[in-house]
Design a protein around this ligand. Sequence first.
Ligand code: AMP
Ligand code: ZN
Length: 307
Amino acid sequence: MHLSEEGDGADRLRLALFDAGLLLPTGVRGVYGRAGAFEDVVVAFDRLVDRLNKPLRTDVLRFPPMFPRAEYTCMSHVHNFPDLMGSVHSFTGGEREHRELVRKLQDGEDWTTELSPTEVMLLPATCYPLYPTARGDLPAGGRMVDLQSWVFRHEPSDDPTRLQAFRMHELVCLGTPEQALAHRDHWIEAGLELLRSLDLPVEAVVANDPFFGRGGRLSKATQREQALKYELVVPVTSAGKPTAVASSNLHLDAFSKTFEIRTDGGEPAHTSCVGFGLERVAMALFATHGLRPAAWPTAVRTRLDLD
Ligand code: AMP
Ligand code: ZN
């Protein structure tokens, strides 16, 4: 890949990944199949993050990519990111309603009016399911948790790095304000080191989440002012507009207030997380080192244990 600030690098990378058979189009923007060669890179990087965590004595937890609607509505996601959410609906009617559903489908009418919401939402961020399970007092020294899952964000795009369904590998700290801040800061440096060891031209920048609407403008400004979110960015589709391949976030007591998570001293806990976007890291590697992992620099292949 040759990156330039001219032309549409997103289109070029998407088509190159399709042509190389690394991603498979499905007809929906941001929803792609992954070939074995792409998946090998995702898994290799995922394992590398695992290995970094081992010495930190983290709890390893895995949740499915759905999230109880009852917990979801306690959180601010619906206020802050309504346009990104995914709600799971199903059919709960009887035979008469079923006949109507099938008729509407066959007649090209809107059949989704026959569906009703289930008790789950699609998971918007890998760390969300942790907080409701962490209610109560934390152990002395806080808690470190390793999570990995698929997430959904409704942001259809032709940019292959902006997916609707993708995986995040997260490391979350629940503890005192000092512990949460130290974790966030540690992972800015550790993340840079990790990505640089893969020969990726990465840097850390202060960032903000895409808070919705006019009301969201203040939240974006506050998040930046307080430097709560850092992104590790790499040029993937454009040299001028690098892509976030990881983020390190300080939530203060936002989650612990909602779910009553306390330090061992009984104070409101603080939380922070670092999240690696696994598909974005893979795409950064393909964009930087070429579409054939066999031809990548030996040091990168060795670091990823690809041989
Ligand atoms: P965030 O929770 O928005 O900070 O996202 C955590 C990480 O997930 C980001 O640093 C990206 O690497 C990755 N990510 C976020 N949104 C997308 C997306 N639409 N497609 C692929 N990866 C994403
Ligand atoms: Zn998180």
